[in-house]
Design a protein around this ligand. Structure first.
Ligand SMILES: NC(=O)c1ccc[n+]([C@@H]2O[C@H](COP(=O)([O-])OP(=O)(O)OC[C@H]3O[C@@H](n4cnc5c(N)ncnc54)[C@H](OP(=O)(O)O)[C@@H]3O)[C@@H](O)[C@H]2O)c1
Length: 253
């Protein structure tokens, strides 16, 4: 399926939708939270650095968007109980969830496998795939309350073709793609919930700078520039699309 970089969203695309964004304080997650709010969504800002979430909160308010909510959570230490407590709180506050963007991610280290630290490997798997899986399980009842819920898992090109030295990050993204296949197939009988994976492609963020320190950031698209596909996949124009592997931008030449 081609990317939707030229998609022109209606200004009220996400009106009356409750959307949770993980890793909403920085990079792509921050841009998605702002963009979703700008298109009418009530956004739940989840992340581990409260000061960053508060800045995004203030930006949404200053722009006149629907009042967002902040949910501090660090995937590294989060337990099943934390995810279920979160679901209870959201149920009380909102009663349903219309969108879930799994965006928080950890790069780990780009290093030969024989030097990969097992503890760091576990951390990357915890943040990038295990935490998001159990969060999804806890939130399924709230997603089932929606008429049209979109769950987006953030992938990567190294989750579609492995690359030397990318270790746990690459493996976690392969797992992400696999989980999307499994859950989308399983939820076929519930057409009100769609599950897809989205590869942002090379984007100008802190994570990209860490992975490619010698690269000229000006040669990359900004997080804001890749939002059309994020909006399309979150909103009603992609209703019925599930189990797909999408790209937010065309491949770089
Ligand atoms: N940028 C790219 O070129 C690119 C390409 C392919 C895929 N991706 C994927 O796109 C997603 C966003 O990446 P990005 O480039 O925007 O990276 P980023 O700027 O490093 O942002 C990552 C976000 O994840 C949050 N996060 C990290 N560890 C967390 C934890 N333990 N608990 C909760 N939140 C945590 C960070 O919070 P703090 O700000 O508090 O650290 C931050 O908000 C990731 O899934 C990444 O794998 C990015």
């Amino acid at each position: 399926m081609s990317c939707k970089i030229d998609y022109q969203p209606a200004p009220s695309l996400l009106e009356n939708r409750i959307v949770l964004v993980t890793g909403a304080g920085d990079g792509i997650g921050r841009a998605a939270a702002l963009s979703y709010a700008q298109h009418g969504a009530t956004v739940i800002l989840l992340g581990r650095t409260i000061a960053k979430l508060e800045r995004v909160y203030d930006e949404i308010e200053a722009a006149g968007g629907p009042q967002p909510a902040i949910f501090p959570l660090n995937f590294e230490g989060a337990t099943l109980k934390d995810f279920h407590d979160m679901a209870k709180t959201l149920d009380k506050e909102f009663g349903r969830l219309d969108g879930l963007l799994h965006n928080a991610g950890l790069l780990g280290r780009i290093t030969p496998f024989d030097q990969y630290d097992p503890e760091l490997w576990q951390q990357v798997m915890q943040v990038n795939i295990n935490g998001p899986i159990w969060m999804t399980q806890a939130l399924l009842p709230l997603l089932q309350e929606s008429d049209d819920a979109s769950v987006i898992f953030t992938s990567s090109s190294v989750g579609r073709k492995g690359r030397a030295y990318w270790g746990a990050y690459s493996v976690s993204k392969f797992a992400t793609e696999g989980f999307v296949d499994v859950l989308a197939d399983e939820l076929q009988s519930q057409p009100n919930i769609r599950i897809n994976s989205l590869n942002p492609g090379a984007t100008r963020t802190q994570m990209r700078r860490s992975a490619f320190p010698g690269e000229d950031p000006a040669a990359l698209r900004s997080p804001e520039a890749i939002m059309p596909t994020y909006l399309w996949l979150m909103g009603p124009d992609s209703t019925g699309v599930s189990g797909q592997k999408l790209d937010a931008q065309p491949p770089r030449i």
